[in-house]
Each structure stands twice: as structure tokens, then as C-alpha cells.
Design a protein around this ligand. Sequence first.
Ligand code: NAD
Length: 373
Amino acid sequence: MKDTHKIMILAGDGIGPEAMAEVGKIANWLNSRGDIGLELEHDLVGGASIDANGVPVTDATIAKCKEADAVMLGAVGGPKWDGVDYNIRPEAGLLKVRKDLDLFANLRPAIVFDALIDASTLKPEIVKGLDILIVRELTGGVYFGEPRGIETLPNGEKRGFNTQTYTTSEIRRVAEVAFDLARKRSKKVTSCEKANVMESGKLWREVVTDLHKNHSDIELSHMYADNCAMQLLRNPRQFDVIVTDNLFGDILSDEASMLTGSLGMLPSASLGAEDPETGKRYAMYEPVHGSAPDIAGQGKANPLATILSFAMCLRYSLNRGDLADKLEQAAQDVLNKGLRTPDIMAENCTQISTSDMGDAVIDQLGELIKEAA
Ligand code: NAD
């Protein structure tokens, strides 16, 4: 029997539990074959936790997340909880998990699957084969910097202000993640900031350049964030790994993900610091989409974003890049066969349910594992 990995499952609200059920099926299937040992523990987050516990995540749940090897999160929120107090809104649960686990590096892949190439708003020849990974700093920068606020000036006019701050260590740790990830890919990092007009950008560039001395096998380039926004539309395939701060990362990762054209296909990972003694790193994996209350409970949800998030979990937290590759390939093969949930339905394809999509991925995974044996 392989080592057992503990995964904390926080399925959340809306389509979260439906999509996560498909991950559960895949995990159980892998377990039953002895490909890996996975112990899944389930708990509540978001609206489901508000209903049961009065808060969007309990301290006990956070403690269990810290004990686990990785956390898988579905989605939170929905109209049912729109009226709750701002501090205990469903999204606050998600933010608390990210904060308490100090998940400072947000990874957003933007991959264009051949079968879905027409879903992109860009021409197929521009996005064919696209595979970018955006690493966004998640816990610092202008979203958290002090001082911040809205003040009234002596002349009665109001002034809103926020502060962009980054320390050397905050920049180093996220850049370190980007270099390490690039090593497992095409060995190219593009670091984005606005060093031409912002001191924090100037420091960002200096620190990344200095750190690069320890990663000279990786090709490093620097790009102003506004140019990066243009290049993502002009020639996105020039990029491999992009590392950037919280604000620019927020915008650039949304732009890059839309090159792929489909919200139901986008996974993400958020990583924390590695414990130097145990080598363990807190991590949470979640689809980019929300709880989609408009289609919840109807078997229409596309589970692939959650399944691909599980693939990232296998690769980055469980050190099973071999299984991650196969799972990603299985998802791609299923699309190539023309099987589609309603959100990505196209001409000459067969529409299937959330659960059928999970089954189809398992069938294909079985084929791939058999072929490799
Ligand atoms: P959403 O991502 O839930 O849905 C946007 C549109 O995309 C909807 O039409 C939905 O049906 C569709 N969609 C999304 N995921 C899909 C999937 N996997 N399969 C098929 N169709 C899919 O965004 P929204 O409607 O703006 O927000 C709904 C709720 O989700 C809100 O309460 C919002 O606060 C919350 N939200 C949560 C997260 C999160 O948990 N990380 C992220 C975004 C929004």
C-alpha cells in the first residue's frame, strides 16, 4: 500500500458539492486500484457552514485543514446568504482559510484544449497549444497595505488612498515558487511590475534579478505589467510562467484565463511556505468559478475545473505528477471524444451530465493507465 495522504474536502455551496463529488469518485477509484492512498475528510465552508455553525468557517475546520496534506475547495456563496452580516459572508470563510494557512502564491494555469479552441475569443492560430502559468502574490501589496482609507480634506473634498508595499522576503518567496515551477515546465519566467513608475516595482525587479542568480538554469525576463496585458492578447504563447504582484496578478490572471474561453474549465492552486523541517507546504486547490446558483442541483455543472484542480493537488502537494498528467490527459481525451456539459456544448458533440462527465474521465483514466502498464 502506498503512503496515505490526507485531503480535507470543503465542497461549499451551489455546484461546489456536485463538482466535488466527481473528485471523490476519482479519488476512490484511484484508492481502490492501489494507485495512491487517499484519505478524504469532509467539512463545511461558506453558506453551508453559516447555516450549521453561524460562521463561514470554524476554527476547528481550519485546524483540520492545517493537519491535512492539502485542502480541496468547491465554491462558496449564493443568494440565500446575500443578506448576512458582511463579516460572516460566505466569501469570508474562503479568505480566512487563505489567510490562516498563509497561502501567498496563487497559481492559475491558462491552458487551451484543442477541442475547445473555438471557445476562445482570439483566433485559433494565436491560442493553439497555449499553456501559461500565472503565479500571483496573494497576501501582500495594495490590497493589504497600510495606511488605507477615505479621508475628508480641509477643503471638504474627499480623498481615497491605498498603499502598495512589498518587502524583500515577500517578493523572494513568491519568485522562488515561480522559478521552481518553471523548472518543471519550459524553464522560462517573466516577472511583471511597473518598475518605471513605482518604487515597489523597482524593488520587485531587483529582488527577482538577485534571486535569479540561484536559478540560472531558468530564463528570466522582466516586463512592465501594462505591456504584459497587451502581449497576452498579441502573442500569448511567448509566456511560460508569469510571476507578478497581487494587483497586477488579479487582472492578468483573469485576462489570461479568458483566453481559454471557459469558466467551467479553470483550476487554481494557492500555496503557502514550505516548512524547512518537514518539507510540508500548506496548499488549497479550487476551481476559479463560483457556486453557479443558477444551475445548482440540476446535473448541469461542468466538474472539469474541480477535477483539474485535483490534478494540481496530485502534482504539487502529493508529488504524483505522473497521475496528474494522466488525469489532465483523460480530461482532454474526453473532450476530444465530443463529450460536453451544457456550458461547453458545441455542434456535433454529445451533451452529458456532471456525473457522466466524472464517469467518462474515470473510464479514460483507466484506458491511459492500462496503456502505460
Ligand atoms: P459563477 O462563477 O458562480 O457563475 C457565472 C456563470 O458561469 C453562471 O452562469 C454559471 O452558471 C456559469 N458557471 C460557473 N461555473 C460553472 C461550471 N462549473 N459549469 C457550468 N457553468 C458554470 O459567478 P457568479 O454568478 O458571479 O457568482 C455566484 C456566487 O458564487 C456568488 O455568491 C459569488 O459570490 C460566488 N463566487 C464564489 C467564488 C468562490 O467560491 N471562489 C468565486 C466567484 C463567485
